[in-house]
Design a protein around this ligand. Sequence first.
Ligand code: NA7
Length: 469
Amino acid sequence: MAVVGAGFGGLAAAHALSLSGLRFRIFEKAASIGGTWRDNRYPGVACDVPAHLYSLSHAPNPHWSRLFASGGEILAHMRNDAERFSDRIAFGHRLVSAVWRRQCWQLTFDNGAQIEARHVIAAMGGLHVPNWPALPGLDAFAGPAFHSARWPADFRAHGLRIGVIGTGASAIQFVPELAKAAAELHVFQRTPPWVIPRPDFGFSNGLQRAFAAVPTLQLALRGATFLTLELLGSGLRYPRLAFWARALGRSALRSVVDPDKRAQLTPDYPIGCKRVLISSDYYPALNRPNVHLHTAPVRAVTAGGIELDARVIALDALVFGTGFKPMDVLSEVDIVGPHGRLAEHWGERPGAYFGVSVPGFPNWHFLLGPNSALGHNSVLTIIEAQVAHALRLIEHAGGGSIEVKADALQAFLSENDAPLAASAWSGCQSWYLDERGRNIALWTSSVSRFRRRLRRVGASGYCIRWGHH
Ligand code: NA7
């Protein structure tokens, strides 16, 4: 078995594979583990799902220091968990092609290494290919210019005039940090996000000891957090139920002192359509006299700054908080099944059965593939359900190959798209939808339903072959 990627998906797969006694290796493009949490090291980085839920269930951590753990704390915890797999991970192996030949996947890596694997668990990440806006003059900028997921460790904001493009989940975390140090901070906003307060607090040493001594206590907190998010998430599917979030968002907006700024920051689309952001320091940061909000479209980047419609903003550094290209794994890997390339197969619309299996691509198991991202709960719960499903498929396949049927995928896509029209998600443009408004990323129902459905599905909807393709 080959596992590609050593982020949370790879670790969840490694744990399950080692429990089942199957032989496997993990191939990781970078020099260390961590995926999202290795890449995103910007100041203020934290998870917006409470930490006791945002942990793999096999690796609870009684010592989370706060409800919303920082990225650094999450990465340290992942490293602890990954230690037992260290001899199974091949670092510096970026998968460039996977070709199905003689009932096996032949994997080729950028360092020239080649291996054969009967099954591949592709844990290459849902959101990790940086989205760079197509702005004229981007290369002409004279100062440092970088994406939030490529933050230079030696970047010092002190005394600089800094521009930030984008106001999504990442930007609202690093803007307050930059605002403290920058001489001027210019935030270029295309669409105002809905932002609700972050109910964060630290866990005292006593409480951490109690979590360690009584694991049920920790499980109870995890369960309660899960159920709360499931319940709140239903507000995204039935927008009328989201009144509480709208009220929270509106009351947070009242903390913006300047009425013009407040108007610019007020969203004009249904809450939940884009990911609801949680922050208690974003709006206060925008109140600072050194922080300027621009809503005019960015026309171009010049050597010395950003050109808006009517003016040029002089800048020393430029930060892109412009998010990621979802489901863009194919920009990195050429996957060729028995009947052709995945890029061609997905040309019309990317689709995978429960985000895992694609017709025509036997023994290939995606984690967090199309239509399995979430807007409301911990994606780790989805990853774990998908890993369990992949292992069931591997077991069913025996020594042969297992492939999902095209009509099973069609039925899944129709089922998943059904609630879309009535939900908040169809009310604006977001990375959940492609340019034609089709949902390529989201699982539109609850995690509980995802788990239940996957458990029942088993290998029905799949076809097992013993001969050669
Ligand atoms: P997000 O949440 O996708 O945010 C990206 C932001 O960048 C958002 O404000 C976008 O505005 C803006 N953006 C994207 N492209 C452009 C261009 N071309 N011009 C101007 N502004 C642009 O990414 P994050 O990194 O913040 O978070 C990623 C996910 O990680 C997040 O959803 C969580 O699930 C965790 P828009 O709203 O599209 O107008």
